[in-house]
Ligand binder design. Structure first.
Ligand code: B12
Length: 220
């Protein structure tokens, strides 16, 4: 199979809700020498977005969406493992990031990609998972001495939890101790400014540079 046809087969296995095949083609792509990050950012991410659009247009329903998400996660986990196994020299830690999907929200595919991009950019990342109570972000950040708190929200109904974390930091007089970055499909730079977060990125591709820049600015 050519690299092109492997890309196509991986895409199709997600579109056709086949987690086992998604794993198989992710492995085959690695054996063929594909770059894991390219596969995640250029094949899996856009495929999931297209499936999301089908869900929006009610061409597919929640059960299909859930299995597509499982297929996406199955392939991503193979690729992520590979990145970790092949990174022999640990990059110098650029800083510590506490990341999670905010309270009330169970979407984690995008957050996992952001986490990976931060790790490969040289950050030490502490992942609290999904549906994380606002206070838990602060407790973890305090515990590990984090530089950054990264908040993912995928629903208009949960974006308010990003604001809540910032308000809690302010109430505890700890706001200046952390860089707070936010993201997720319904969020915008306008929302970032409105809630007083330090940074926002539309996609995971920009997150490494953004975070490094914000940490540097804070140190000045
Ligand atoms: C996959 C999916 C699911 C999966 C999630 C599986 C999982 N393990 O994550 C399942 C099926 C479980 C699911 C459930 C639900 N979902 Co849903 N889901 C989606 C879908 C189709 C795609 C999300 C996704 O994974 N995209 C792909 C990733 C790669 O993109 P991303 O998440 O946007 O992340 C990128 C950027 O946003 C950014 N980013 C993300 N986080 C962060 C954080 C930081 C700090 C930064 C800098 C950047 C950043 O970088 C990422 C990579 O580039 C979206 C539709 C959409 N178009 O967004 C709906 C969507 C988010 N879901 C929606 C809904 C309503 C639900 C449910 C309530 C459905 C229901 N009726 O039960 C439940 C949620 C329950 C809950 N309490 O959370 C709505 C939300 C509507 C709203 N109010 O805003 C959407 C928009 C669909 C729709 N139009 O109706 N869902």
């Amino acid at each position: 199979m050519t690299m092109e046809s492997l890309y196509e087969s991986l895409k199709r296995s997600v579109e056709e809700y086949e987690p086992d095949k998604a794993k198989k083609f992710a492995k085959e792509l690695l054996n063929a020498g594909a770059d894991s990050l390219t596969v995640i950012n250029e094949v899996l991410g856009p495929t999931m977005e297209q499936i999301g659009e089908k869900f929006n247009r009610m061409e597919i329903f929640l059960p299909e969406l859930m299995v597509a998400a499982q297929a996406m996660q199955a392939a991503t986990s193979i690729l992520t493992e590979h990145i970790k196994e092949t990174t022999t020299e640990k990059p110098k830690a650029k800083g510590k990031v506490v990341i999670g999907t905010v309270h009330g929200d169970i979407h984690e595919i995008g957050k996992d990609i952001v986490k990976l991009m931060l790790e490969v950019s040289g950050f030490e990342v502490f992942d609290l998972g999904k549906d994380v109570p606002s206070m838990q972000f602060i407790e973890k950040a305090e515990e590990v001495g984090a530089d950054v708190i990264a908040l993912s929200a995928l629903m208009t109904t949960t974006m308010g939890s990003q604001k809540e974390v910032i308000e809690l930091l302010e109430a505890l007089d700890k706001r200046k101790n952390y860089v707070v970055i936010i993201g997720g499909a319904p969020t915008t730079v306008t929302w970032q400014k409105e809630i007083g977060a330090d940074g926002w990125a539309e996609t995971a591709g920009e997150v490494g540079k953004l975070t490094a820049k914000l940490i540097e600015e804070r140190a000045k």
